[in-house]
Design a protein around this ligand. Structure first.
Ligand code: MN
Length: 257
């Protein structure tokens, strides 16, 4: 297989770079906060089992506890009621986890308007410049939100009227789910929907349409500014949690330099 030996040579020589799109996972990782009466997910936590001590003199290890939807993570179709007949995260075919990715950059717009919504017109304008969305690939939605990830307050950006973070207009979510050839959407924010999407029609349209169409979501991505507009290959690796609705994931991109 010369294509793989060529890839390894390119990685060794630096002409292909591995860009880590994953946020570090810790107790400080921001977590989505739903209003009452809804139940919330737990934060990530480590619990030490032993650390070169009486409990285990030569080894260090921890138990972890986390929600499925904490930090950089993968949403499986079964996460949403519209996708309840779809696959769980353990059933997503491995072949689907290595795929092309393109980037639409609305970071300037989102800096001015934290409630900015991506529209069909925005995506059509992107396609007029860069070509069709990738068949079986990811649309990565750059909002600049990753720069806030170290501060949960700024990242979640909630006030008395609820969270204010960018997302997709309902028509755009429907169009991407039902018309576009992509397999999923990746975002920098805590969820694939806008902070205000509880008030949209339908509520949480990105979840409802995309997962209902058997497509996927990736959240809290980092380093999207290091990707080309087109041409990256994305490797998403959620844990195969049996019956899981999602999983924290390591997400890597291969980029030609
Ligand atoms: Mn999620």
């Amino acid at each position: 297989m010369t294509v793989l030996s060529d890839l390894l040579s390119a990685l060794a020589g630096g002409s292909v770079e591995v860009v880590d799109l994953t946020a570090p996972l810790s107790e400080a990782t921001p977590v989505i906060q739903l209003p009452p009466p809804f139940a919330n997910t737990r934060h990530f936590a480590l619990e030490e089992i032993s650390r070169y001590d009486d409990r285990g003199p030569a080894w260090y290890w921890n138990d972890i506890s986390t929600g499925e939807h904490v930090g950089t993570h993968f949403d499986a179709p079964v996460h949403w009621v519209t996708g309840r007949e779809g696959v769980d995260v353990s059933q997503v075919p491995a072949r689907r986890l290595v795929a092309p990715a393109v980037v639409i950059d609305k970071s300037e717009e989102c800096a001015d308007d934290p409630d900015f919504l991506l529209t069909v017109e925005h995506v059509e304008a992107w396609q007029a410049e860069h070509g069709s969305l990738p068949d079986g690939g990811w649309l990565l939605y750059r909002t600049g939100w990753a720069s806030r990830a170290g501060d949960a307050g700024r990242f979640l950006n909630a006030n008395e009227t609820g969270p204010h973070t960018p997302g997709l207009a309902p028509d755009c979510a429907r169009w991407l789910a039902q018309t576009a050839p992509i397999l999923g959407i990746g975002v920098e924010t805590v969820g694939t929907d806008a902070g205000a999407a509880h008030s949209f029609d339908p509520p949480f349209p990105c979840h409802a349409f995309m997962l209902g169409a058997g497509k996927y979501g990736l959240t809290q991505l980092a380093n999207l500014e290091r990707l080309p507009v087109t041409g990256a290959v994305l490797i998403a690796s959620p844990l195969p949690i049996v019956r899981g609705s999602g999983s924290p994931a390591r997400v890597l991109a291969l980029v030609v330099r």
